[in-house]
Design a binder for this molecule. Structure first.
Ligand SMILES: C[S@@+](CC[C@H](N)C(=O)[O-])C[C@H]1O[C@@H](n2cnc3c(N)ncnc32)[C@H](O)[C@@H]1O
Length: 187
């Protein structure tokens, strides 16, 4: 936003991360309606978000509502740098190359962690790890016992103030859980 130096009004929209689905959906609808109200006054609106707007982003829900209510509206989507490509660049780790596959897991329920699979010759990105991090770390400890060469990289607040990287499970364990954090597993 600093780069494009917006000339118009800048409004911060809050999106609930509450467990209650109805509460979250209502807030998305309220925010979409705020945008629609501006558009109906003939204004141009830009929606800025962290990372890439088309990758596990709240933007997807806003986009669906606006497209439905204003099907003729011209919408341009500018690709963003997503959080895991940022982690790869900052930690100077190849995300995937040659025949390696790339897996992105948006979140784990604690009870599913035990069954998590980390295929060989792959990079697995674990987003939203704050919800089940303890269980994930103990699952990864077992994986490391079996495959000592796996590489595990933790990143939080990447590209932002408070950016932090960690390269061992012991260190990851000692860091307080936070929403903007992820783990990359290379096997
Ligand atoms: C709803 S997803 C958003 C993904 C985002 N649209 C992207 O392109 O990466 C939210 C999760 O992405 C990860 N994330 C997003 N931004 C991050 C950042 N700056 N640093 C670390 N993790 C981040 C975290 O795992 C967080 O829980």
């Amino acid at each position: 936003m600093e780069y494009v130096q917006p000339k118009g009004k800048v409004e911060l929209l809050t999106f609930s991360m509450a467990k209650n689905r109805e509460e979250r959906e209502q807030q998305v609808l309220d925010n979409a309606n705020k945008i629609l109200a501006e558009l109906e006054q003939g204004k141009n609106v830009a929606f800025a978000t962290l990372g890439d707007a088309m990758t596990y982003s709240t933007f997807g829900y806003i986009y669906a509502i606006i497209k439905e209510k204003q099907p003729q509206l011209e919408i341009e989507i500018i690709p963003g740098v997503n959080s895991f490509t940022t982690l790869a660049a900052i930690s100077k780790t190849i995300l995937a190359e040659n025949r390696e596959s790339l897996h992105v897991i948006p979140s784990f329920k604690e009870e599913d962690v035990e069954h998590a699979v980390f295929p060989e010759n792959s990079t697995t990105i674990l987003l939203k790890t704050y919800r089940s991090r303890k269980a994930l770390v103990s699952r990864l400890k077992k994986e490391k016992e079996q495959y000592p060469n796996i590489q595990i990289i933790y990143g939080e607040h990447l590209g932002l103030e408070g950016q932090k990287l960690a390269y061992s499970l012991e260190e990851i364990e000692s860091i307080p859980e936070t929403y903007l954090s992820m783990i990359m597993v290379k096997k």
